[in-house]
Structure formats: structure tokens, C-alpha cells
Design a protein around this ligand. Structure first.
Ligand SMILES: *[C@@H]1O[C@H](CO)[C@@H](O)[C@H](O)[C@H]1NC(C)=O
Ligand SMILES: *[C@@H]1O[C@H](CO)[C@@H](O)[C@H](O)[C@H]1NC(C)=O
Ligand SMILES: *[C@@H]1O[C@H](CO)[C@@H](O)[C@H](O)[C@H]1NC(C)=O
Ligand SMILES: *[C@@H]1O[C@H](CO)[C@@H](O)[C@H](O)[C@H]1NC(C)=O
Ligand SMILES: *[C@@H]1O[C@H](CO)[C@@H](O)[C@H](O)[C@H]1NC(C)=O
Ligand SMILES: *[C@@H]1O[C@H](CO)[C@@H](O)[C@H](O)[C@H]1NC(C)=O
Length: 794
């Protein structure tokens, strides 16, 4: 009596709640009931409305028979019947009049059925726990979705010996994937990789180590998940960040990436439903899947040729190394493929077509076929480069491992240490055709010979021929869009450095060599074969828009190679850090040499003029992309061990463009090395460098700065003006009157002065090209009388 009235009170209470409507639709699902797959959201809901059983649409036209959290917008699926075998609209799940529970497709063909014992089913019910049951007349459960879990378990769900969860194939593909979570009959709870596509387990990557004692996994109402022994004692705690089921929806799922994760979702009580909510992650087993899979075969967590890195969100990400790309961009766990043609093992020696990209803290622990110790990093690079089987070399503390394709089980993590040297073809497939026509070994030899011959003008034409050939080859390869490549070995290829490497090389940027408006240069020591000292230029004001542009500029600079240029060896492009690594020039800058205490010999100065001019010819006319230096001045001409002039800082104009003009004028005032067109709205051409060279040549002739304030005779304050005045007054010998050597060789010094006057003509079109300047300096071409030079005063 009392219990009956309590029951009706309960009903009244229920109807005061918002889910009253849902609650009323609840009933035992009787024999003969069915739901059809169409997008009308029809389902069988649990009494509370928390769970629903029915069809969910996957993609545009397929349906999955599933159970889901029904009160949250995500409608998160916790169980499904036909993940590997989706059905079309019009398919039907039916509890037949004879007690069978059958999913049939639109044509009536059976797709799935609940396996039942002999006893007759009387009804079905969607319970508030998330369990869907088929029960007999006496309410014994004959079939439960809880006993046939797919990839998820819920609180109150028993997970017994023999039960297993199989991960999905991918986030949105519900067919069986590559991982399995199983409580074995021997009592051990184990995470396995699967022998996909077979329905078998492969190798364990986590286990509770409870052989002989594990009995049941419990997911209790406070959100704890643990393994118990038969006597109830806890053997292994899997998740203990408990959250109560009264406030949170909970689920634990073996996700497609092989991690068993527990999630919670706050239950809204009607009022606060406006807020946006989501599942939050409480725990993960294993905590770092990237490092957990150690089996001898297979692709690891990310497939072959890829590597796994744990994100800050504690989720693994699969990435391809440089030169590789995803096999299936829509499923990054499927691994990566090589984007270039592998090294040819017979015939041509292709080693010089390959280079390395360095990846610190990266390893593919399983793919090695050769191992050396103790060796240097250079040795390791070289041995991999010369071996057509070697795809990657791992170098760590004097150990060198050679790895072959397919690379398996890659990972990137600080604990890995060392570095992976990824070998990639630098010029993709071009080399094949180039290699057949003219051997690439020959090509670099020719360039070498070419630069040696540079010192002799007889071979200039020959050199031009070679350079043209070289430029053509290079130009063709440029179009292959391999900008991101940073090959690591000598010659014209550049090396990529990490910021840390350069920080170490320069002892934390201790020894400053010089400082400019946009950069500071430090001395450093790097192990690059025989070149030990380097100059590391830290670009502080790079204005380039993108990574790509920077790389493109590096590519252009990296392809230059001339004995009168400072060779770029490599660079670092890491976040906001942009650093360039150059050869170290032991004799400092021309400015220090020329304006120092002792006057360099006239012969030496003439040679410096030659060399600088030749370097400019190369930049203007001989490299594949014309380079306008824009900032020729004695500070940017460096002297190597044998006082050969080397132009530095070329190719940076584009990266530092906006600051360039302002910087230069700002420092030097109007009387500088700066051509007048900078101050007018005239196009900037190679002739701006000719102008600056003209000023530089005057300074070389006179061993003084173009502008010197502390000179008694005001007429002599600006060297260029004074020279022009003297030229007009035919008193050029006054310029060198204090320089015995230059006076003795007055024919030459006069010629040089006239060349300077040609170079500093206000009208750029009157200025000679640098090639013409070289010819005049060398005496191959007569120097015509210059027009009265403009003295450019603003
Ligand atoms: C469902 O059917 C069983 C057996 O017929 C019965 O005992 C139970 O009370 C029914 N439940 C509801 C909610 O109707
Ligand atoms: C099905 O549910 C979705 C959201 O859950 C809703 O947008 C849609 O209108 C519903 N369709 C029908 C036919 O009720
Ligand atoms: C899911 O992945 C499997 C395995 O690659 C594939 O055979 C199946 O077609 C995929 N299913 C869907 C719906 O994309
Ligand atoms: C329960 O079983 C475990 C493993 O079988 C055993 O180590 C433990 O001593 C048992 N505890 C009790 C109280 O029996
Ligand atoms: C769930 O298990 C934990 C750990 O054993 C225990 O502290 C907690 O009281 C349990 N909660 C419930 C509701 O049984
Ligand atoms: C390299 O060459 C191969 C074969 O010609 C081509 O399929 C691939 O797309 C190329 N890769 C790049 C990055 O150009």
C-alpha cells in the first residue's frame, strides 16, 4: 500500500523534470518492435534519457547501429554493432515476434544479429547505465551490450576475463583498427598491437603483469578504474582521477591511436545548458604511446617511415620526416612515403646528389642494419651518404646506426637524444637526366676549376661558358620546388643548424666580431671537416614575411661560390631565430686594414680592388639569380688568411629591404657609398653597387675615408668631390702626392681614379657595368675620358 503511493509520487516528481517527455516514451521494447535507418533520429531511449539505442548517420548516406550519450550535443557513441559494415537508409533493427534481434539491410539481408541462448526473449530495454539488454519473461538478461563491448566501457560495466576492446580504425571509421585491450584468461590485462588486417593480437605494449591473479576490471561510480583479484583486492589501478557519476558522464575508451583514455563530461541540469561543454581527458594508458611500442616488427604508433611525437595535449601526432609525405593525408597513422627517387645502387655514383636534414632527438630504433662505434658525426654522415641502402643515419655519442627503408617505430622526444640524419635527394628526379648527359661529379669539378681559373683573364670566356652551363642546370633544378631541403654536406649545399648548436658553437655568443644595424656577428667553432672557425651572424631585424622566403634566399645565397665571396656554410631558421654561418675571415674587414695605422702596399690595394670587382661581376652577372648587394663598403669587404678580398653580406638586401636605405643613410649621412637613385624615386639596379664600388676604389687609392671631417682644406673633406675637382682642373696627381708607390705608378693610379669617376656618375646609365670595370682595371679595355663628374651634394 505504502509502496504503491510512493511509486505514484515518484511519477509526479519525474514529470516535473525537463526530461519528462523522454521518460514517458520509455517502455519495455516489445516483440515486433523495430527502428528503421533514416535521418529522423528515431531511437529507443533509456528512462532517464541519458542513453539511446538506434541508428546514427555516418557520412552522407551510411548508418551505424549504436548506443550513444543522448543528452549531449556530441551524441558520443559507446557501442556499435556494424562498424565494419555500415548500412544504408531503409535498413532495420527488429526484435522479431519470435524473439530474434536482427539488423537487416534495405534489401532484407541480415547484417548483424545478437547471439542468444535457447531461452525465449520476452522484451528488450535500454537501461540508464548505458546497457542495452534482451531479457526473458522472468527478467533474466539473455544478451547485454555491456558483455559485447566495442571500444568503450562505462561505469558499472563489468569487464571480465576474455572481454576485449578493439580500437577503431580511425577517428571516424568504426571498423576494427590496430590496437586491442584485453583481460586475458590468464588474468593479465594487456594492450596489444593487432596483426591488422587479421583479427589477431600481435605484441603487447602495456600490461598489468597480473598473470594468475587478475579477475575483473572495475569502473566504479566514483570514476576509478582498476583490476581486482578474485577475492576483491585491487591489483592494478588504471585510472584514479575519479569524478562522480552523479555530476559527470564518464567513459573509458581504447582510442584509434592505441591509448586507453578516460573522459568526463559535466552533466547539465537544464539551467546551465547554454554553456558549451566537452569531454575532458582524465587519464591515459600508456602515458606516452610514442615511446611504448617496442616490438621488433610493424609500424609502431604511426606507421612506416613516419615518426611519433607527443603533443602538449598529451596526444600523439604522426609526422613525416623531411623529404617524405603522408601515404594517406586523411589518415596520418598510415605512414609516409619517400618523395624522391632512392639512391641508385649501380652505375653512377649518386652520393653527391644527396644531402642530410638533421633532426635532433629523433630515432627509428628498429630499422638498423649496420652499427659503428666509436666514430665522428662526419664519418657517420659520409658512410651513410656513400651507401645506397642507407636512408637515415642515427648519430648519438659516437655511435652511428645506419637505417633502411621502411623505417619503423619512429619517435621524437627529448629523452631520445642524439640526432637523426635524414638522407634526401637534393634535386629530386632531375639528377637522372642530368646524370646521363653530364656526370654530376664532373659538374662540381668544373666549377672548382672555373673558380681557380678566375684569376687569369685569358680563361674568362671559358669560365663564362661554364658558369652559363652551371646556371642553366641550377635554374632547372630551382624550379623543382625543393626549397625546404637543406642538404648537409660541403660544396654548394647548406647545412641547417639548430639554435642550440650555434649557441654552443659560439660559447653562448661570447666573442663578438662586429655589430651592424641589423645584425651582430660572433666568432664560433664548428666541426665542419677542416673549417673550424666560423662567423655566426645573428639577424636581428629580418623583415621577410615567411619561412619560405627566408629559405629561398638561403637557397640563392647557398648556390653562390666564388673566391671573392664569403662562403655561407649554413643557417638556422628556428622560430624567431635567424642566423647565418659563414667562413671565418681571419684578417678582418677592409675598413680596419685600410684606415688603420699602417698604409697597405699599393700592390695589395690594387689586388683588393680587382678581387672586389670580380666578386661583384659574379653577383651581378654570373650567378643564377642576379644579386644586387646594395651595401658595398669597406666594412663589408673581408680579408681572408691571404688578404684576398671577400664580399660579405650579399643576398641579404631582400631580407632586410625596408631598413636598408634608412640604415645606410642614417649612418653615413648623404656623403656615403650610397648611389643618388636611392634618394630619388628611381629603380634600383646593379648600378647602385657600381657607384658604391667607385667610392670604395677612391678610398683604396687614397687610404682614406670618403668623408673626413678633420681635414684643414675644406675642399678635401669629401674625397669624391675633391677628386672630381682635381680631374676638372687636371691636377689628379695632387690626390696621390703623399703616396710614393702610387705616384711612381701614376699611369695606373690615374687610370683607377678615372674608373672611379666613371663609377660615380650621377646618371646610372653612364656608369659602366662591373664587367667593364674589371676589363678596365685589368687594362684589357682603354679607359675613356670621363665627363666632368657630378659632385653630388644634397
Ligand atoms: C518490462 O517487462 C518486464 C517483464 O514483462 C516487467 O517485469 C517490467 O516491469 C517491465 N518494465 C517496464 C518499465 O514496463
Ligand atoms: C535530429 O537531431 C538533430 C540534432 O540532434 C536535429 O538537428 C535534427 O533536426 C533532428 N532531425 C529530426 C528529423 O528530428
Ligand atoms: C574504414 O577503414 C577500412 C580499413 O582501411 C576500410 O576498408 C573501410 O572502407 C573504411 N570505412 C569507411 C567507412 O571509410
Ligand atoms: C587476494 O588475492 C591476491 C592475489 O591472488 C593475494 O595476493 C592477496 O593476498 C589476497 N588477499 C586476501 C585478503 O585474501
Ligand atoms: C571506487 O573505488 C575507489 C578506490 O578503491 C574507492 O576509494 C571509492 O570509494 C570507490 N567508489 C565507490 C562509489 O565505490
Ligand atoms: C620527385 O620526383 C618524383 C618522381 O618523378 C615525383 O613523383 C615527386 O612528386 C617529386 N617530389 C618532389 C618533392 O618534387
Amino acid at each position: 500500500m505504502a509502496s504503491a503511493s510512493l511509486y505514484s509520487l515518484h511519477l509526479v516528481l519525474i514529470c516535473l523534470f525537463p526530461y519528462c517527455v523522454t521518460a514517458q516514451t520509455y517502455r519495455n521494447i516489445t516483440l515486433g518492435s523495430s527502428i528503421s535507418a533514416r535521418n529522423d533520429n528515431s531511437s529507443w531511449t533509456s528512462p532517464s534519457g541519458d542513453f539511446a539505442f538506434g541508428f546514427q548517420q555516418i557520412g552522407t548516406e551510411m548508418f551505424i547501429l549504436a548506443i550513444w550519450f543522448n543528452k549531449i550535443p556530441e551524441k558520443t557513441i559507446i557501442w556499435s554493432a556494424n562498424g565494419a559494415n555500415l548500412v544504408q537508409e531503409g535498413s532495420k533493427i527488429e526484435l522479431t515476434t519470435d524473439g530474434q534481434f536482427v539488423l537487416s539491410d534495405a534489401k532484407g539481408k541480415e547484417v548483424w544479429t545478437a547471439t542468444l541462448p535457447g531461452t525465449e526473449v520476452a522484451y528488450a530495454a535500454m537501461l540508464d547505465t548505458g546497457n542495452f539488454v534482451l531479457a526473458s519473461r522472468d527478467s533474466t538478461n539473455l544478451w547485454e551490450s555491456f558483455n559485447q563491448p566495442t571500444d568503450t566501457i562505462l561505469p558499472a560495466q563489468q569487464f571480465d576475463q576474455g572481454n576485449r576492446l578493439v580500437a577503431r580504425y580511425s577517428e571516424m571509421n568504426y571498423s576494427s583498427g590496430r590496437f586491442e585491450f584485453i583481460l586475458q584468461a590468464d588474468g593479465n590485462l594487456v594492450l596489444y598491437t593487432r596483426a591488422f588486417p587479421l583479427d589477431l593480437v600481435n605484441t603487447a605494449y602495456w600490461s598489468s603483469k597480473t598473470v594468475g591473479s587478475g579477475f575483473q576490471v572495475i569502473f566504479n561510480q566514483s570514476g576509478y578504474i582498476y583490476l581486482v583479484a578474485r577475492n576483491g583486492s585491487i591489483l592494478s589501478m588504471i585510472a584514479s582521477n575519479g569524478a562522480s557519476t552523479s555530476q559527470f558522464y564518464q567513459r573509458a575508451i581504447l582510442e584509434y591511436d592505441g591509448v586507453f583514455r578516460q573522459y568526463v563530461y559535466p552533466k547539465t541540469n537544464g539551467a546551465s545548458s547554454g554553456r558549451s561543454m566537452s569531454w575532458s581527458l582524465l587519464s591515459s594508458v600508456p602515458s606516452d604511446i610514442c615511446m611504448s611500442i617496442t616490438e621488433d616488427t610493424g609500424g609502431g604508433a604511426c606507421g612506416f617511415n613516419s615518426y611519433c611525437v607527443l603533443g602538449t595535449d598529451q596526444r600523439p601526432r604522426c609526422e613525416c620526416p623531411p623529404g617524405y609525405s603522408f601515404l594517406d593525408p586523411s589518415n596520418q597513422m598510415n605512414g609516409c612515403k619517400q618523395d624522391f627517387v632512392s639512391q641508385d645502387c649501380d652505375g653512377l655514383q649518386e652520393a653527391n646528389l644527396f644531402g642530410f636534414r638533421d633532426m635532433p632527438n629523433t630515432d627509428w630504433p628498429l630499422s638498423d642494419y649496420e652499427y659503428f662505434q666509436p666514430v665522428s658525426e662526419d664519418w657517420c654522415r659520409q658512410t651513410c651518404l656513400n651507401d645506397c641502402f642507407c636512408a637515415v643515419a642515427i648519430f648519438r655519442n659516437g655511435n652511428c646506426w645506419k637505417k633502411k627503408i621502411p623505417l619503423s617505430n619512429g619517435r621524437l622526444a627529448p629523452s631520445v637524444g642524439g640526432k637523426a640524419l635524414i638522407k634526401i635527394r637534393q634535386e629530386n628526379s632531375t639528377c637522372k637526366s642530368v646524370g646521363e648527359g653530364s656526370n654530376n661529379n664532373d659538374r662540381s669539378t668544373l666549377i672548382l676549376i672555373g673558380s681557380l681559373l678566375l684569376s687569369s683573364s685569358v680563361f674568362l670566356n671559358f669560365l663564362l661558358l661554364i658558369v652559363t652551363l652551371f646556371v642553366t642546370l641550377r635554374f632547372n633544378s630551382r624550379r623543382r620546388k625543393m626549397l625546404q631541403l637543406c642538404p648537409a654536406i660541403q660544396g654548394m649545399s647548406l647545412r641547417c643548424f639548430t639554435y642550440k648548436e650555434l649557441e654552443e658553437a659560439s660559447s653562448k655568443f661570447k666573442d663578438e666580431l662586429g655589430r651592424g644595424a641589423f645584425s651582430t656577428v660572433y666568432k664560433g667553432v664548428l666541426d665542419l671537416g677542416n673549417k673550424n672557425l666560423v662567423a655566426i651572424k645573428n639577424l636581428e631585424k629580418v623583415v621577410t614575411e615567411g619561412e619560405h622566403e627566408f629559405q629561398a634566399e638561403m637557397n640563392t645565397i647557398g648556390k653562390t661560390n666564388h673566391k671573392n665571396l664569403v662562403q655561407l656554410l649554413g643557417f638556422c631558421n628556428e622560430g624567431q631565430h635567424r642566423l647565418l654561418v659563414y667562413e671565418y675571415m681571419s684578417n678582418g674587414s677592409l675598413a680596419d686594414y685600410l684606415f688603420g695605422n699602417s698604409r697597405p702596399s699599393w700592390h695589395k690595394r690594387k689586388q683588393i680592388a680587382f678581387g672586389t670587382a670580380r666578386g661583384l661581376v659574379y653577383l651581378h652577372e654570373e650567378c643564377s639569380n642576379q644579386i644586387i648587394h646594395c651595401d658595398i663598403k669597406p666594412q663589408n669587404i673581408l680579408l681572408d688568411g691571404s688578404f684576398t678580398p671577400r664580399i660579405s653580406d650579399f643576398g641579404l638586401a631582400k631580407l632586410l629591404k625596408t631598413d636598408q636605405t634608412r640604415t645606410v643613410t642614417g649612418i653615413r649621412g648623404t656623403k656615403g657609398y650610397v648611389a643618388p637613385e636611392w634618394f630619388k624615386s628611381m629603380p634600383i639596379t646593379v648600378k647602385v653597387d657600381v657607384y658604391s664600388f667607385g667610392i670604395l676604389l677612391l678610398e683604396l687609392i687614397c687610404c682614406r675615408k670618403n668623408f673626413e671631417q678633420n681635414i684643414e682644406d675644406e675642399r678635401q673633406m669629401v674625397l669624391a668631390d675633391w677628386v672630381c675637382d682635381c680631374y676638372e682642373e687636371r691636377t689628379l696627381s695632387l690626390i696621390v702626392e703623399n703616396d710614393e708607390e702610387a705616384l711612381e705608378d701614376f699611369k695606373t693610379s690615374e687610370k683607377y681614379l678615372m674608373i672611379s669617376i666613371w663609377c660615380i656618375q650621377e646618371d646610372p646609365s653612364l656608369r659602366p657595368t662591373m664587367k667593364k670595370v674589371v676589363q678596365m682595371l685589368e687594362g684589357d679595355v682603354e679607359v675613356p675620358l670621363p665627363p666632368g663628374a657630378s659632385s653630388f651634394v644634397s
